[in-house]
Design a protein around this ligand. Structure first.
Ligand code: SF4
Length: 289
C-alpha cells in the first residue's frame, strides 16, 4: 500500500473498531494525509530526521491550522447541508405555545419521550388558558414520564399564567420577554423564536450542539451561553437556525456521545476530535466533547 493511503491504526483502547473494514476515502478530492499520528503529519519520526520540506519557510503550527478559518467553517456548513438538507425541530407541535411546552418538557429527556406525552396533553388542555387554570400538582401525572416532572409542571403552569397575565395569552416574540417566563432560558427561547417564529436571535445550544461544537473546535468553552456566543461569531446569522437543527440531527444519527460513528461521517477528514473512533487526520487533545 503506498504511503499516504494508510488509515490510522486501532487504538489500544479498542475504540477504533471497524478500522480494518473501513474504506480509505479521498473525500471531496482532498489528499488523505500520511499516517495520522497525534504528533502531526510533519512531525519527525522517532529517532529520525524530519523529511526536507519543499517550501522555503516552514509555517508555524498556528499558520497551518485554524479551526475557525472561514474556509473550514464554509466546508462544515456545506457538508451539513449535504447530510441534513431539510431538517426541522423534532418536537411535535402545532403552535408556538405547544412548542414552548414541549421544549420545557424536553429538558433531560428525549424528543421521542416528549412526543409520546404531548398529543394527549394538548388534547386534554387545548389552550394556554387551560394550562393557566391548573395547579402544578394537577399537571404532574400527565408529564411524569418526561422526568423531573415536579419542576416541569411548575414551569409549564407558571409560564401559562404569565403568558395569559402579561402577554394576552400569546407567546411573546422577544428574547427578553421569553426570558421572564419561569423555566425558560436562552435554549428554550431560541427554539421557539427560531423554529416557530423564524427569528434568528441566537443559536440553540442543547447537549448535542454543546458536544459537537467542541469536537469540531468551533468553541473551547463549556458553558452554554459562552458556546452560543462563540457560535454566533463564526456561523453566519442566516444559518443559525438551520445549523442548530443540523447539529442536533447529527448528534442523534452519527456524532453520538459515547461512540461517534466517524467512519460513516462526511465531516471526518475535517474533524480532529480527540474521541473519534476512526480517523484519517490528526486528533487534537483539546477537541473534546
Ligand atoms: S468525525 Fe466523528 S467526532 Fe467528528 S463530527 Fe463526525 S462523527 Fe463526530
Amino acid at each position: 500500500m503506498p504511503r499516504g493511503r494508510t488509515p490510522r491504526q486501532p487504538a489500544r483502547t479498542g475504540r477504533q473498531d471497524r478500522v480494518a473494514r473501513a474504506p480509505i476515502r479521498q473525500a471531496q478530492g482532498r489528499r488523505l494525509p500520511a499516517k495520522a499520528t497525534k504528533r502531526g503529519n510533519n512531525a519527525a519520526p522517532k529517532g529520525g530526521k524530519r523529511a526536507a520540506s519543499s517550501s522555503k519557510s516552514v509555517p508555524t503550527k498556528k499558520e497551518r491550522y485554524n479551526p475557525l478559518a472561514p474556509d473550514r467553517i464554509s466546508e462544515i456548513l456545506k457538508r451539513l447541508d449535504q447530510l441534513y438538507p431539510d431538517v426541522t425541530c423534532a418536537l411535535t407541535h402545532t403552535s408556538a405555545w405547544e412548542l414552548l411546552v414541549a421544549t420545557i418538557l424536553s429538558a433531560q429527556s428525549t424528543d421521542v419521550n416528549v412526543n409520546r406525552v404531548t398529543p394527549e396533553l394538548f388534547r386534554k388542555y387545548p389552550t394556554v388558558e387551560a394550562f393557566a387554570a391548573l395547579t402544578p400538582d394537577q399537571l404532574e401525572p400527565d408529564v411524569r414520564s418526561t422526568g423531573f416532572f415536579r419542576n416541569k409542571s411548575k414551569s409549564v403552569v407558571g409560564t401559562a399564567k404569565k403568558v395569559v397575565a402579561d402577554f394576552g395569552g400569546q407567546v411573546p416574540l422577544k428574547m427578553e420577554d421569553l426570558l421572564t417566563l419561569p423555566g425558560v432560558a436562552r435554549k428554550t427561547a431560541n427554539v421557539v423564536l427560531g423554529s416557530w417564529f423564524k427569528i434568528a436571535e441566537g443559536v440553540v445550544v442543547d447537549t448535542h450542539v454543546h458536544r459537537i461544537s467542541r469536537r469540531l473546535e468551533l468553541t473551547t468553552n463549556t458553558e452554554p451561553q459562552k458556546i452560543e456566543q462563540d457560535l454566533m461569531r463564526v456561523i453566519p446569522r442566516e444559518k443559525w437556525i438551520l445549523f442548530a437543527h443540523q447539529i442536533i440531527w447529527h448528534g442523534r444519527k452519527l456524532c453520538i456521545a459515547r461512540k461517534p460513528k466517524c467512519v460513516d461521517c462526511l465531516l471526518e477528514d475535517i474533524c480532529h476530535a480527540a474521541d473519534k473512533t476512526w480517523s484519517t487526520v490528526d486528533m487534537h487533545k483539546t477537541a473534546k466533547a
